[in-house]
Design a protein around this ligand. Structure first.
Ligand SMILES: Nc1nc2c(ncn2[C@@H]2O[C@H](COP(=O)(O)OP(=O)(O)OP(=O)(O)O)[C@@H](O)[C@H]2O)c(=O)[nH]1
Length: 357
């Protein structure tokens, strides 16, 4: 999972460490003078304990001395990584992220945060303490994926029952399978679950969900094909109330005659049923398409979180990295296979650890 993304981040780390490993060979005296005026770019002069006041004074430390000064700082481990040295590795990383289907604004945020965190870091620290670059990468990733934090288990436990969860997303991405997986997940945790088929548009949708319901021994509420999806989910909520069922999991259509029809239908379900939670499902492998769809669906019927399916088949991680920041809503689960238990809670810290280890 996300192997290619991991490789790209690893390459950035190697590139920066390589830069730190070499003295600044082409540091022109003039550059040095300019940098010492810049923001963190040449902070060593200020950090050096000896003669801090004289370091930038041309009388005491004329331009011609600054290379010697730099060599001294390098030897003492106090020299710092400059913005110029990071330029190429950062550019390459941004390109690699875009190539991996990371949304442009997200790739830029990651690169900017890395620049901010790494410029001015002591070279010696980067060279020897591998953890520095790794941590900077981790922080930049966490910043974009740890968004809108919601603990799904806590939310379910704390919420008044029944709790109604609606799933949105286009056809074929694994939405129905995800509902079945989540039904089992909740059933395993002691909740009574009822499924509702709000996809009254697609032929065979009832049978597909019924098959899952039978396998998992869950109740399914469905109407005839062509019926009103809001009515199906409403019925399921009534059933849950009458039978002390804890959770209603409602599927919705992933495609109608037009995208406008689909969005109008979702808005109607929102209005009539007033779901407690709306989860958008899409496939990780769809990359930027998934990110854009998440935004579109969120605009039509506000989502509370995302399930990214088929993460097991996704090496790029573009959607996984982008979707939370673009929608402002957290990824709750990753689908990691076709089995009912192939559902992994999305823990940003664990994901970052996996990507940077
Ligand atoms: N590898 C992998 N396959 C998955 C995952 N989730 C679902 N699938 C497969 O994706 C295919 C489509 O899943 P469905 O649940 O039928 O998709 P859907 O979104 O409901 O699509 P429709 O039923 O057409 O609306 C099935 O073959 C699933 O087994 C996953 O996390 N990993």
């Amino acid at each position: 999972m996300f192997d290619s993304l991991k490789e790209k981040l690893g390459k950035f780390k190697d590139d920066v460490e390589e830069e730190a490993d070499e003295p600044e060979p082409d540091a022109e005296p003039e550059d040095a003078a300019v940098e010492s005026d810049g923001d963190a770019a040449d902070a060593p002069a200020a950090d050096a304990s000896e003669e801090p006041d004289d370091a930038g004074d041309p009388e005491v430390n004329p331009k011609g001395d600054s290379l010697t000064e730099r060599a001294k700082l390098f030897a003492s481990g106090q020299a710092k990584i400059t913005e110029a040295e990071l330029e190429e590795p950062l550019e390459q990383l941004e390109f690699a992220l875009l190539e991996g289907d990371v949304e442009m604004s997200v790739a830029r945020d990651i690169v900017e945060q890395l620049r901010e965190e790494l410029v001015g870091t002591a070279r010696a620290q980067v060279k020897t303490g591998e953890i520095v670059v790794e941590e900077a990468i981790g922080n930049a990733l966490l910043d974009v994926i740890d968004v809108g934090g919601m603990d799904f288990d806590e939310e379910i436990a704390a919420h008044e029952k029944p709790i109604t969860i609606i799933f949105t997303g286009v056809n074929g991405v694994g939405k129905t399978t995800t509902i079945a997986k989540l039904g089992k997940y909740l059933d395993d945790r002691g909740y009574d679950v009822v499924l509702a088929n709000g996809d009254t548009y697609r032929a065979g949708a009832n049978e597909q969900l019924q098959e899952h319901a039978d396998t998992l021994d869950l109740k399914l509420i469905s109407h005839e094909q062509g019926g009103d999806p809001a009515a199906v989910i409403y019925d399921a909520v009534e059933y849950a109330e009458a039978n002390e069922v804890d959770v209603v999991l409602g599927d919705t259509a992933g495609r109608l005659h037009t995208a406008d029809d689909l969005m109008a239908q979702l808005e109607k379900i929102d209005r009539v049923v007033g779901p407690d939670m709306t989860i958008f499902a899409d496939e990780a492998v769809a990359g930027q398409d998934a990110t854009h769809r998440a935004k579109q669906f969120n605009d039509a019927a506000e989502i509370d979180g995302v399930v990214l399916t088929k993460a097991d088949a996704d090496s790029q991680g573009g959607a996984a990295i982008s979707i939370a920041e673009v929608t402002g809503k957290p990824i709750l689960f990753l689908g990691t296979g076709q089995g009912y238990d192939d559902l992994e809670t999305f823990d940003p810290e664990v994901i970052v650890e996996r990507l940077t280890e």
